[in-house]
Design a protein around this ligand. Structure first.
Ligand SMILES: [Zn+2]
Length: 433
């Protein structure tokens, strides 16, 4: 059966950093889908004419956007959001890592996994590259919870063998065996994919980074994800531990971890050489502005990335990030660029692109999700302001849909997410079909 959702519809089929205008918006718009695939998108009357037998779902007053793609978020850290007053290395030692150790408890991990995936869906996130747990059972719990809810999740066992808390360390050979078992069990199962996840190069020996490189080469379609150039003290530590490396990126590159399926979080303090090599490899930087502000890591040089041709997408980086909302993260990106020397003046189209299509491309899903091109999966979020809310007041007076999307990024959060679908199936709120 074909269904049509009638709403204010907007998406970014073109990259607004290259094309102007990039936003495609329909005030009285519609999205038609059948069998989980988009069959039409455009003006309501035209979509109706193209799909005369379709069931119409009237969602006028709501804004319909592609499902959000979060390219960097730590599942074990949901409980430490809002732990104030520390920069990266102290925050890790005193706040994040003790929480990661708790994930050794399987029943606790299952509870966190369930809350985490529901939190993603409740915020309109339909696809995510999730930084997982150091423990196999906890990683299984995340995959199970994501598959159960029907989200598109890429994730993997986080591996480290030095520099963290001893409970989080694992020998390189064991890391290989545990990762292989998870890859065989989960990679390509439904909407789940595997992401090789060395925590940072400063918490991994050269032997372990070699193992990660081998894992990435052995199986088609794997993602590789880690952290890069987040904070000055961290960068100094990497330089001490890898005296032969030209720069931080080199510590991954020499071990075969830089490629078109690599996603590195942060890159707040890159060198020009790193930007050039990231661009040449087709790797993506997951920009995490709320985390960068929260930990005082710095202002992201977006212009440098864009001018060098580096692909950039957005990540919430919970728990240093301030929440699971990609709308909130878009606002944080906007604010950071307004403050950054030489920052790019971002508009609603940039924020929507960064929160949707850019992330889809980063995760190798550009042909599948990210915008409403006919044939793609019907992954979307319906945003409806609560009655008498500030957002409702702003949207009532909005003069254009583009302006309304600016207001949505600024004001809409969990309470405004009315419905979320992946491949045409409702994943939020639970129990609706
Ligand atoms: Zn992170």
């Amino acid at each position: 059966m074909t269904r049509i959702v009638r709403a204010q519809v907007a998406h970014t089929p073109l990259n607004p950093f290259v094309h102007e205008p990039a936003l495609e918006a329909f005030e009285d718009g519609a999205l038609a889908f059948s069998g989980g695939r988009i069959v039409a998108c455009g003006v309501f009357q035209e979509v109706c004419a193209a799909c005369p037998d379709a069931e119409v779902i009237d969602a006028r007053g709501a804004v319909l956007l592609p499902g959000f793609v979060d390219c960097h978020v730590h599942y074990p850290q949901i409980g430490v959001i809002g732990s104030m007053g520390l920069e990266l290395l102290d925050w890790l030692r005193l706040r994040a890592l003790p929480q990661e150790v708790r994930m050794a408890d399987e029943s606790y991990a299952a509870l966190v996994a369930d809350r985490f995936v529901r939190g993603l869906a409740a915020n309109g996130t339909t696809t995510a590259l999730v930084f997982g747990s150091h423990f196999t059972a906890a990683q299984e719990a995340l995959f199970s919870a994501a598959a159960g809810l029907g989200l598109r999740v890429a994730s993997g066992l986080v591996v480290s063998d030095r520099g963290l808390l001893p409970a989080l360390h694992v020998a390189a050979e064991t890391a290989y065996e545990m990762s292989r078992a998870l890859i065989e069990r989960w990679h390509g199962r439904g909407l789940v994919r595997y992401a090789v996840s060395p925590r940072f190069s400063f918490s991994c020996s050269e032997e372990l980074l070699d193992v990660c490189g081998a894992l990435g080469r052995e199986t088609d379609g794997l993602l590789i994800t880690s952290h890069l150039n987040e904070n000055a003290s961290e960068i100094e530590l990497v330089a001490e531990l890898f005296p032969w490396a030209r720069d931080y990126l080199d510590s991954y590159e020499r071990h075969g971890l830089l490629g078109a399926t690599s996603v590195f979080a942060h890159d707040v303090h890159p060198t020009y050489g790193e930007l050039r090599r990231l661009a040449a490899a087709g790797a993506t930087v997951a920009h995490c502005p709320s985390s960068n502000a929260f930990l005082g890591s710095g202002l992201f040089p977006l212009r440098g990335h864009v001018e060098a041709g580096v692909r950039v997408a957005l990540g919430t980086d919970v728990g240093a990030g301030t929440g699971l909302s990609m709308l909130g993260e878009g606002l944080a990106a906007y604010q950071a660029q307004m403050l950054a020397p030489g920052g790019i003046r971002l508009g609603p189209a940039h924020l929507l692109w960064l929160a949707t299509a850019a992330g889809a491309a980063a995760l190798g899903l550009g042909d599948e999700v990210g915008d409403f091109t006919v044939g793609k999966s019907a992954d979307f979020v319906l945003i409806r302001p609560e009655e008498r809310s500030t957002l409702a007041a702003v949207l009532e007076r909005s003069e254009s849909l583009e302006g309304a999307i600016g207001a949505v990024f600024t004001l809409a959060r969990e309470e405004s997410i009315a419905e979320v679908r992946v491949a045409g199936e409702v994943v939020w709120p639970a129990g609706v079909s």
